[in-house]
Design a protein around this ligand. Structure first.
Ligand code: ADP
Ligand code: MG
Length: 238
C-alpha cells in the first residue's frame, strides 16, 4: 500500500505547460519531499496525485492500479490541510471524525478511529475542546488527525507548517517525522524550505519549472548534486 507511479504526466493551464512530461516512482512507506522555488509546480504535482487537478496527459497509478481518472475521495490518499481549515464551532472530536461522518461510517468504528488518532497525536485530553481553545501545534495535530482516521495509503502535505512561527515549525517537523516512523505510511511533503527537505525526507525530488532536476536521498543530493541548481538549493558548493 502507498506505492505511487507517475508515467509521462503533464499539466497545462490554458496554453501554459506547467508540468512537462514527468516520471516519478514513490515507494511504499517512503517519506518523499517535493522541494523547489515558489511557482515551480510543487502544489500542482501534489494536486495531480490527489486528483484535485486532472492531468493533461499521462497516467497515475496507485498501488499498481490506474487511478488517473479516479475521483479524489476514491484514491485512498489523504491531504493534510493547514490548521486554519478546521471548523471553529465543532469540538476536536467532531473535527477529526468529520470525514468519517461524511462517509457515513458506522459510529462505533468512527469512535475507534478517532480514539486511535487522538492517542497517536497526544490529543486524547483535548477531544472535547474547540480549535480556538488549543495551541497552534495542537491545532495542526487536529488537522493531521482528520487525515489519519481515513487510514490512507499515503498522506499528502502542502507546506503544512508555513503559517507557524519558527519554533513551532521545528517542533511540528519532528512530530511529523515521528508520526511517519509510527505509522510507516507513505508521506509526500511539499516545501520550499531546504532544511525541512534535508531533515525529513527519505527521498527528495528537486523541481524547477515543473521539471525534476534530481531525485535522491538527502545525502546523495548533498554529496553529488547533479547541477548548479540542485547544488545551490541543497547541496554543498560545487
Ligand atoms: P508551487 O506550489 O511550487 O509554488 P504551483 O504548483 O502552485 O507552484 O504553480 C505552478 C505554476 O502553475 C505557477 O506558474 C502557477 O501560476 C501556475 N498555476 C497553478 N495553478 C494554476 C491555475 N489553476 N490556473 C493557472 N495557472 C496555475
Ligand atoms: Mg505551492
Amino acid at each position: 500500500m502507498g506505492q505511487i507511479t507517475l508515467n509521462q504526466v503533464t499539466k497545462s493551464f490554458g496554453d501554459v505547460e506547467v508540468i512537462p512530461p514527468l516520471d516519478l516512482q514513490i515507494n511504499d512507506g517512503e517519506f518523499v519531499v517535493f522541494v523547489g522555488p515558489s511557482g515551480c509546480g510543487k502544489s500542482t504535482l501534489l494536486r495531480l496525485i490527489a486528483g484535485l487537478e486532472d492531468v493533461s496527459s499521462g497516467e497515475i497509478a496507485i498501488d499498481g492500479t490506474d487511478a488517473t481518472h479516479v475521483q479524489p475521495a476514491r484514491r485512498g490518499l489523504a491531504m493534510v490541510f493547514q490548521s486554519y481549515a478546521l471548523y471553529p464551532h465543532m469540538s476536536v472530536r467532531k473535527n477529526i471524525a468529520f470525514p468519517l461522518k461524511m462517509a457515513k461510517m458506522d459510529k462505533a468504528e468512527q469512535d475507534r478511529r478517532v480514539a486511535n488518532a487522538a492517542k497517536v497525536l497526544n490529543l486524547t485530553d483535548y477531544l472535547d475542546r474547540r480549535p480556538g481553545q488549543l495551541s497552534g501545534g495542537q491545532r495542526q495535530r487536529v488537522a493531521i488527525g482528520r487525515a489519519i482516521v481515513r487510514e490512507p495509503a499515503a498522506f499528502l502535505f502542502d507546506e503544512p507548517l508555513s503559517n507557524l512561527d519558527a519554533a513551532l515549525r521545528v517542533n511540528m517537523r519532528l512530530e511529523i517525522s515521528e508520526l511517519h516512523q509510527t505509522l510507516k505510511t507513505t508521506m509526500i511533503y511539499v516545501t520550499h524550505d531546504q532544511v525541512e527537505a534535508m531533515t525529513m525526507a527519505d527521498k527528495i525530488v528537486v523541481l524547477q519549472a515543473g521539471r525534476i532536476e534530481q531525485v535522491g536521498s538527502p545525502l546523495e543530493l548533498y554529496n553529488a548534486p547533479r547541477n548548479k541548481f540542485v547544488a545551490g538549493f541543497i547541496g554543498s558548493p560545487k
